[in-house]
Design a protein around this ligand. Structure first.
Ligand code: ZN
Length: 266
């Protein structure tokens, strides 16, 4: 009798639509199309700047619901269009997947949004410039004014600490939490043998920081290869410079955005 009853239950569950079985999170509501387009363009700009390539991702917190975030489906960033943007809760469950695949490393985003209420946009890169600093004992430090946001320090997330021998991907909530705690209240964290995560209060600033982390890393390497002591920016200089960058970074974003728009499929 019990077997018959459980068989009936299985049959009923099988008839239910998939979303009724897993209770997908509720949407945070519609998003201004101009803001969605900025997210789409950020994917393309970061590709144009060689910060991300076939891999890497960029997300934004939902503009009207701080417990949701938006990010492209699992596709090369240069190919992202508005229909590819998916919504997630902060546990990184998709709101309405519609058959679209999610990035394995989406937990980077959800867990940082949970830990950092001030963060509104996140970029995850494998940018080549920063990788050497993720595996070296030499810290990444600001060597020029546009790298001032690297002050006071850039921590390195060692995935062996929480995961032992792993496939190197931040592919579950616990690893995302561990990365968020290494990032702390800073703007950039490196991921050993993997890449970086960059956070900001806006998409343009997140793109700016992701790009100039890579540029600063290349310049620092060149300066160090000359031999002799290198003069880094002092924390006070960095602090003073950040105020100026806040005011002027929009100029770079406008330029990058226009170039990406011209290349968008009509
Ligand atoms: Zn990655």
């Amino acid at each position: 009798m019990r077997m018959i009853r459980s068989g009936l239950l299985m049959l009923l569950l099988g008839l239910l639509p998939a979303h009724a079985q897993t209770a997908a999170p509720v949407s945070g509501g519609p998003v201004d199309p101009a803001k969605l387009q900025d997210l789409v363009l950020a994917n393309r700009v970061l590709t144009d700047l060689n910060v991300i390539d076939g891999f890497g991702h960029v997300s934004m917190r939902h503009p009207t619901d701080p417990n949701r975030y938006l990010m492209g489906r699992s596709v090369a960033p240069a190919l992202v269009v508005a229909d590819d943007i998916m919504e997630y809760d902060l546990d990184s469950n998709p709101v309405d997947a519609r058959g679209r695949n999610s990035f394995l490393e989406r937990f980077i985003h959800g867990e940082i949004y949970k830990a950092r209420p001030d963060v509104m946009a996140i970029v995850h890169t494998h940018s080549p410039g920063v990788i050497p600093f993720s595996v070296s004992s030499v810290p990444l430090r600001p060597v020029f004014h546009l790298g001032a946001f690297l002050s006071p320090s850039v921590p390195v997330f060692e995935i062996r600490n929480p995961a032992g021998q792993s496939n190197m991907l931040v592919s579950n909530p616990a690893l995302g939490q561990s990365l968020a705690s290494v990032l702390g209240d800073r703007n950039v964290a490196l991921m050993r043998g993997h890449g970086s995560v960059v956070v900001a209060a806006t998409i343009p600033m997140a793109v700016f920081r992701a790009h100039y982390s890579n540029v600063n890393a290349q310049l620092q390497m060149q300066a160090m290869s000359l031999g002799g002591p290198v003069t880094f920016m002092d924390p006070e200089e960095s602090q003073k410079t950040l105020g100026v960058i806040d005011q002027i970074h929009g100029r770079a974003w406008d330029l990058w955005k226009r170039a990406a728009l011209e290349k968008m499929p009509k």
